[in-house]
Design a protein around this ligand. Structure first.
Ligand code: B12
Length: 266
């Protein structure tokens, strides 16, 4: 139906207008494409024709969203600063673009009460056509005899220099057969390169070599690399060294460093 086509493109366009300049990308999918690959325990409980959008962060997100977020607002409380920034960007884009719509926003780091992820980011990214999800089963004649290897998505332009951040489900928007499922670009077609990719992601993910499996058009800046190479527990010190202040409720008692052990923090 023509009206639905207009819906998908206009919804995507509105989100793009808000999120592209912040370093995000948005790809539409139908819930049915996602559910058809998963067991019932991982299904999104919406009809197959429901519209969803998967949100990726590109290397530009750090400079275009995160540093300004820290500058203007700072993080609050103890949860991860990048997660706070992504949440703020995505939820404000959704409420600005769709003030009247019911949108179920799920983030990559959120868990269900069953401890399962609220959505499988890699499966969603694959079925949307954004990034091919290379899994163990995509390697013929596997060399890993019985070992479980985690799969990894590869972006055709950014290689592994991106993350999958959120899934938006538009509970009130139904799309018909005019939204055709795109195949994600298979940018790692050979068996040898897939083995190299999965081994790098599983055995050497800290050296980030998996991210360069295809030549990326852009990688993380040196500043962004410094940030992500810093263990999470030390990132707040790094942010302080960069001159970002913490907001009130997150600040330790300013006297606690200088007072005697009698204050209990000894
Ligand atoms: C839990 C988790 C982990 C766990 C377990 C990993 C795992 N894959 O199970 C641990 C802590 C080990 C981990 C580690 C890392 N992780 Co992690 N992790 C996650 C998380 C939160 C959930 C993954 C999960 O539980 N999957 C459940 C399993 C069962 O799913 P599955 O293996 O894909 O199986 C399903 C598919 O096969 C599907 N299916 C069946 N048939 C078919 C057919 C097709 C065609 C398709 C598409 C699917 C499909 O059905 C299966 C389920 O029944 C995701 C974010 C998210 N919300 O998804 C990030 C995520 C997977 N991690 C990510 C990363 C980057 C990492 C690390 C490098 C650390 C880091 N954050 O920098 C390391 C690298 C791995 C390693 N060597 O340890 C990225 C991967 C990005 C990418 N390019 O793919 C994600 C997507 C986070 C993100 N924000 O981008 N991670």
């Amino acid at each position: 139906m023509a009206a639905s086509t207009v819906n998908v493109e206009s919804i995507r366009g509105l989100l793009d207008d808000c999120l592209t300049k912040l370093g995000f990308e948005v790809y539409p999918l139908k819930v049915g494409w996602y559910n058809s690959l998963l067991p019932a325990t991982l299904h999104l409980s919406y009809p197959d024709d429901t519209l969803a959008m998967v949100v990726l962060s590109t290397p530009a997100m750090f400079e275009q969203a995160f540093l300004p977020f820290m500058e203007q607002r700072g993080c609050r409380g103890l949860s991860d600063p990048i997660d706070q920034c992504v949440r703020q960007c995505v939820t404000s884009a959704v409420s600005q673009c769709f003030p009247e719509q019911k949108v179920d926003v799920r983030f990559d780091y959120e868990l269900l009460p069953s401890r399962k992820p609220k959505f499988l980011a890699q499966t969603a990214a694959h079925v949307s056509g954004a990034t091919f999800y290379y899994q163990q089963s995509d390697v013929t004649d596997q060399p890993w005899a019985g070992k479980k290897m985690y799969g990894v998505c590869v972006h055709p332009r950014f290689g592994g220099w991106f993350a999958i951040r959120a899934l938006l489900v538009f509970g009130d928007v139904t799309v018909g057969s005019e939204l055709v499922q795109p195949l994600p670009p298979d940018c790692v077609p050979s068996r040898e390169a897939r083995i190299q990719l999965l081994e790098a992601f599983n055995f050497h993910w800290q050296d980030w070599s998996y991210r360069d499996i295809v030549p990326p058009v852009q990688t993380y800046s040196e500043k962004q690399k410094d940030y992500f190479l810093t263990p999470p527990a030390q990132r707040s010190s790094l942010l302080k060294a960069w001159g970002f202040l913490q907001s009130e409720d997150d600040q330790p008692d300013p006297t606690s460093d200088t007072q005697s052990p009698a204050n209990g923090h000894g």
